[in-house]
Design a protein around this ligand. Structure first.
Ligand code: AMP
Length: 211
């Protein structure tokens, strides 16, 4: 089975939810750079203070700030059985990751490109809510936070319409280069991200077990 994964794709494609269930069901370490940044912001750490202006407006946090976070997380899981969620997002990050793993004698097994049409992205993000403490993602229709204290369920600042438009622009500007990079290396697998959570999950599992 493939055990070194990155999930790539537009905001709202389901990267976080799918990664969360890969971690729950298959014991993968879920490495979400977005969630680490949100935690840093909540703790008001120096990183959080630096990142806040970028994340709130839907811009990417500078590459240099990301490398420490990812390096630590990969070290902690022994460079295996991990699923990266939201990293790499730029060509520089993709190159850095390949070089960093190579230094450890490792390589990604696959980059799963969760592909979703724009109308669906906007529909999903406008109805997305997250758990204030755990960061778990919900959707008001498809995956409502049943039984969770409503006071703990919030909308991410960057899921508001102004930020979503910017995030889609940012995604388009960096996507092509990142997708091309991994496609050329033979590492990219496109998985349609439309449909139910279970349907997408099954597609991912099939990719993991392909020879
Ligand atoms: P996400 O939770 O993956 O949607 O990330 C939320 C926000 O965190 C993004 O819109 C960026 O501002 C920032 N962020 C997350 N991952 C990265 C990354 N790999 N590079 C730069 N910024 C990132």
């Amino acid at each position: 089975m493939k055990t070194r994964l990155a999930l790539f794709g537009p905001p709202g494609a389901g990267k976080g939810t799918q990664a969360y269930f890969l971690s729950e069901r298959l014991g993968f370490t879920h490495i979400s750079t977005g969630r680490m940044l949100r935690m840093a912001e909540r703790e008001d750490s120096p990183l959080g203070r630096m990142a806040q202006a970028y994340t709130a407006s839907g811009h990417l946090v500078p590459d240099d700030l990301m490398y420490d976070l990812v390096e630590r997380a990969l070290n902690d899981c022994g460079f295996d059985r991990f699923v990266l969620d939201g990293f790499p997002r730029t060509l520089a990050q993709a190159r850095w990751l390949s070089a960093f793993l190579a230094k450890e004698g490792r390589a990604l097994h696959v980059v799963i490109f969760l592909d979703l049409a724009d109308e669906m992205i906007i529909a999903r993000l406008s109805r997305r809510r997250v758990h204030k403490v755990t960061g778990e993602s919900f959707h008001l229709d498809a995956r409502p936070p049943v039984g969770v204290d409503p006071a703990l369920i919030i909308q991410r600042a960057d899921d508001r319409p102004e930020s979503v438009v910017e995030r889609l622009h940012v995604y388009r500007r960096s996507t092509q280069a990142v997708a091309d990079y991994f496609r050329e290396r033979g590492d990219l697998r496109r998985v349609p991200a439309a449909g139910t959570f279970d349907a997408v999950h099954d597609r991912i599992i099939r990719v993991l077990y392909e020879p």
